[in-house]
Write a protein that binds this ligand. Structure first.
Ligand code: PHE
Length: 445
């Protein structure tokens, strides 16, 4: 069977497309805001470099050597207990679960692209009313856009690695960078830019509590797409003789710089025209549209561009969330790509409807348990538990289970003297840090 492979640039764009998502543009700025800006950003950067980067290389290595779906790759690379280790591959289910709410949020963004064309809320209160009306009462609008997201994502998946995933990333990723770059340049001309820089880089350690480290690590995983086999599955289609370290570097670099650029841009607009770094998840859907309103007609243009970029970021991550399970059914059950994509798509689409309804008045009550609705439960179980557990499994797998000679033969030439540091980090630093994080996350959320 001829395997479709990403081109070299195509791989980097696709993996960066997976990493750069709602996590960077929607989540990072508001959690940075909540944990006091600068100090949190430093902890996050440190975590990305110390833990995220090594696990990224490890996850790429499993996919690159395994060359199959995640379950088969774990099975084939483990010298012993194959039947047990293959279960690590089922981490990929986390991607399908994340999609249950991710697709709904992409739907909101589509809705905001359309409404920003004609009107923007004139103040934060009005923006809040509009957002809550959509969230809590307008099931139909949400359903409509959730359906469009489902059709788009599933269509791209049916077209495969080259004709679907690579092609979409080739168009959307550069466009996204251009839009964000343009908005960022404009932001640098505003007076409030220096305030934004200060907010994001001036460490106010008094705002840091013990949770900040935990949140930073959890977010590093989410934003780098680690722990559920998205990067692993893409790496199975990497060219032979690729340099994993270089690839991982580019993905981490693009992901981190886009988060920082987006954060600086958002905070500048919010300081200049709005209510400051208004905290909470409503940042881009509530505070930001109200800030754009103050810019007049230019604000409409900026709002549409911004939500387009956000939608692109979300879509390129979404395909990577579903692809591992699509690949699993192709490899293990000989399903056609078409069949596999449609079945996986239907899964997140239909369960996504329940997540959508769990925010809507009248359905909410039936879909809420223990103080969290279905939507929030899915977010919590995947991001707080499944991804960190997945990352831990990968570190242990490469660090202790795979034969060292095999790991070394590929990685020593690429890493040079840093090989031992990387290996040590996988064996000791990462497991200890992840263990602490998993325990604490279960307690604090
Ligand atoms: N990295 C994506 C984001 O930041 C989310 C994601 C997580 C994608 C895990 C794939 C795998 O939004």
């Amino acid at each position: 069977m001829k395997i479709a492979r990403f081109s070299r640039v195509g791989f980097i764009l696709a993996a960066a497309g997976s990493a750069v998502g709602l996590g960077n543009i929607w989540k990072f700025p508001y959690i940075a805001g909540e944990y006091g800006g600068g100090a949190f950003v430093l902890i996050y950067l440190f975590t990305v470099l110390l833990i995220g980067f090594s696990i990224m290389i490890a996850e790429m290595l499993i996919g690159y050597l395994g060359r199959r779906d995640t379950v088969t790759s774990f099975e084939e690379l483990s010298p012993r207990h194959k039947h047990l280790w293959k279960f690590a591959g089922f981490q990929s289910l986390a991607g399908l679960f994340i999609m249950i709410f991710y697709s709904v949020v992409i739907g909101w963004i589509f809705n905001y692209i359309v409404t920003s064309l004609s009107s923007l809320p004139s103040n934060v209160q009005e923006a809040e009313v509009i957002f809550n009306a959509m969230l809590h009462t307008d099931a139909l609008t949400q359903l409509f856009y959730h359906t469009i997201a489902f059709v788009w994502i599933t269509y791209v998946l049916t077209k495969g690695v080259k004709g679907g995933i690579e092609k979409m990333n080739f168009v959307l990723m550069p466009t996204l960078m251009l839009i964000l770059g343009g908005l960022f340049l404009y932001a640098t001309t505003l007076d409030a830019f220096s305030q934004a820089v200060e907010f994001m880089f001036y460490p106010d350690w008094s705002k840091i509590n013990s949770n900040a480290f935990v949140v930073a690590v959890g977010h590093a995983f989410f934003t780098l797409s680690l722990g559920m086999g998205a990067i692993m599955t893409y790496s199975a289609s990497m060219q032979k003789n690729s340099n994993l370290v270089k690839n991982a570097f580019w993905v981490v670099f693009l992901d981190t710089s886009i988060a920082i650029v987006a954060g600086l841009m958002l905070f500048t607009f919010l300081y200049q025209y709005g209510s400051g770094p208004a905290q909470g998840p409503g940042l881009v859907f509530i505070s930001l549209p109200a800030a754009f309103y103050e810019m007049g007609i230019l604000g409409n243009v900026f709002a549409v561009l911004f939500f387009l970029a956000l939608a692109f970021a979300g879509l390129t991550s979404a395909v990577s969330l579903v692809e591992p399970m699509v690949q699993y059914f192709i490899d293990r059950f000989s399903w056609s790509r078409l069949k596999s994509s449609i079945y996986m798509g239907l899964f997140f689409y239909l369960v996504g409807v329940a997540a959508l309804l769990s925010n809507v008045d009248g359905y909410k009550e039936a879909l809420t348990w223990g103080g969290k609705n279905f939507f929030d439960w899915v977010d919590y179980v995947t991001a707080a538990i499944m991804l960190p557990v997945g990352g831990l499994l990968m570190a242990i797998f490469v660090g202790f289970v795979m034969e060292k000679s095999r790991v070394e033969s590929v990685m020593r030439p690429q890493l040079g003297w840093a090989f031992d540091a990387w290996y040590f980090s996988l064996r000791y630093v990462t497991p200890v840090a992840m263990f602490v994080v998993i325990i604490s996350l279960m307690g604090i959320i």
